[in-house]
Design a protein around this ligand. Structure first.
Ligand SMILES: [Zn+2]
Length: 376
């Protein structure tokens, strides 16, 4: 029996109320537990559209008694950011009162969890994983958020913290389908990548800044570092970038919802055949092999390569045009740092120094890609 519940967030202003709507399918505690949320960055609407298409499929499966795991779906993970409309433009990436990126600063309880499990492990992976899950949930239950955005982050973590599989649905600016996940799940997660027809899979761990999916996994990663990789199950936490912000179409969202549904079948959360799994045919490589193209000058962005194009090291992918330059109006040419696929670019055409205007996924780790790998 599906349960739909509402979680009210603390009021940011009197007379207002934001709330999360949460759908829960299957028996609480059933395995696998799968958690899916969409549009943590509130302007990434194709993610919520895909979740909206998945919801009736789950309801039908529930009616038919086919839900064998536990599935939680939050189709709109960031109701606060839906209000971030200014001068007819929606920017749902940052919390306006604090300037914080919504998908940063999630609550890291790994220190508390490691303290709590000290001396209680070595009862086998099943019991030890269950212990870590309980301690993560307890630590998050005791946390107190300071503002509405922190409360939102905490509520989402409480829902997801003991899941076996977490799909965090986002959307890039203009992009092909791509995924971020922990390399310990590769190639096992090629089932998801193949079903979604992902063109790029990036292996990310501790990218910096505390994004949702990495912070969910972090206590488990640290427990494995302390007690060994076999001691504790690492949840599969994945950021799914459902192409670009303008890719809100029935055809694409139907495809994506179907892919996720079949993935749930394949992983045993729904008792139904998944059909023949398509092979993953994209590029899978470390996040440190992702070249971010950065403008060095102000001007107009003109792309000289298409999304999805295979590029060679040194190929010019972007030109920055200064319409006020005398004579030579091309003031910057941005080239590929390595061979790869040009899988993402910006949907705005105004450039300024330091702004990221595209991404190329290669296979070799790039020397300059160290430290904090995510940009705000
Ligand atoms: Zn996002």
């Amino acid at each position: 029996m599906a349960i739909c519940s509402t979680i009210n967030l603390p009021r940011h202003a009197v007379g207002t109320q934001h709330s999360l709507k949460v759908w829960q399918f299957g028996e609480p505690g059933a395995s696998p537990k799968v958690y899916i949320q969409a549009s943590m960055h509130a302007d990434e609407l194709p993610a919520s559209l895909a979740a909206a298409k998945l919801l009736p499929r789950l309801m039908a499966a529930d009616e038919a008694g086919k839900i064998s795991g536990e599935i939680i779906l939050v189709p709109v993970a960031n109701p606060i950011g839906l209000n971030n409309v200014s001068l007819r433009s929606h920017n749902g990436r940052h919390h306006l009162p604090t300037g914080e990126n919504y998908n940063r600063g999630f609550h890291d309880v790994s220190d508390q969890v490691l303290d709590a499990i000290d001396g209680k492990m070595a009862n086998g992976p099943e019991a030890d994983t269950a212990l870590v899950k309980r301690e993560v949930a307890a630590a998050l239950a005791a946390a107190a958020p300071a503002n509405e955005a922190q409360a939102l982050r905490l509520e989402l973590m409480r829902l997801a913290c003991d899941a076996d599989i977490v799909l965090d649905l986002h959307t890039d600016s203009e992009a092909q389908m791509h995924l971020y996940l922990d390399e310990d799940h590769w190639p096992k997660a090629a089932d998801l990548a193949g079903l979604l027809d992902a063109r790029v899979v990036m292996f990310a761990r501790a990218s910096g800044g505390g994004p949702f999916e990495e912070t969910i996994a972090w206590p488990y990663v640290r427990a494995r570092e302390t007690y060994g990789a076999d001691a504790v199950e690492l949840p599969l936490t994945v950021v799914v970038e459902l192409r670009g912000e303008y890719d809100a179409s029935h055809a694409l969202s139907d495809f994506d919802a179907d892919a996720m549904y079949r993935f749930l079948c394949h992983r045993g959360a729904i008792t139904e055949g998944a059909g023949l799994l398509p092979e993953f045919t994209g590029v899978a490589a470390p996040f440190s092999a992702t070249d971010t193209l950065t403008a060095k000058a102000a001007g107009i962005v003109v792309y000289t390569a298409d999304i999805g194009q295979a590029v060679k090291k040194g190929d010019v992918l972007v030109e920055i045009i200064d319409p006020l330059a005398d004579g030579n109006i091309v003031v910057d040419r941005i080239t590929a740092a390595a061979d790869g696929v040009f899988f993402a670019r910006s949907n705005q055409r105004l450039a300024w120094p330091g702004e990221t205007v595209g991404k190329v996924q290669g296979t070799e780790v790039l020397a300059h890609r160290t430290g904090k790998l995510l940009y705000d």
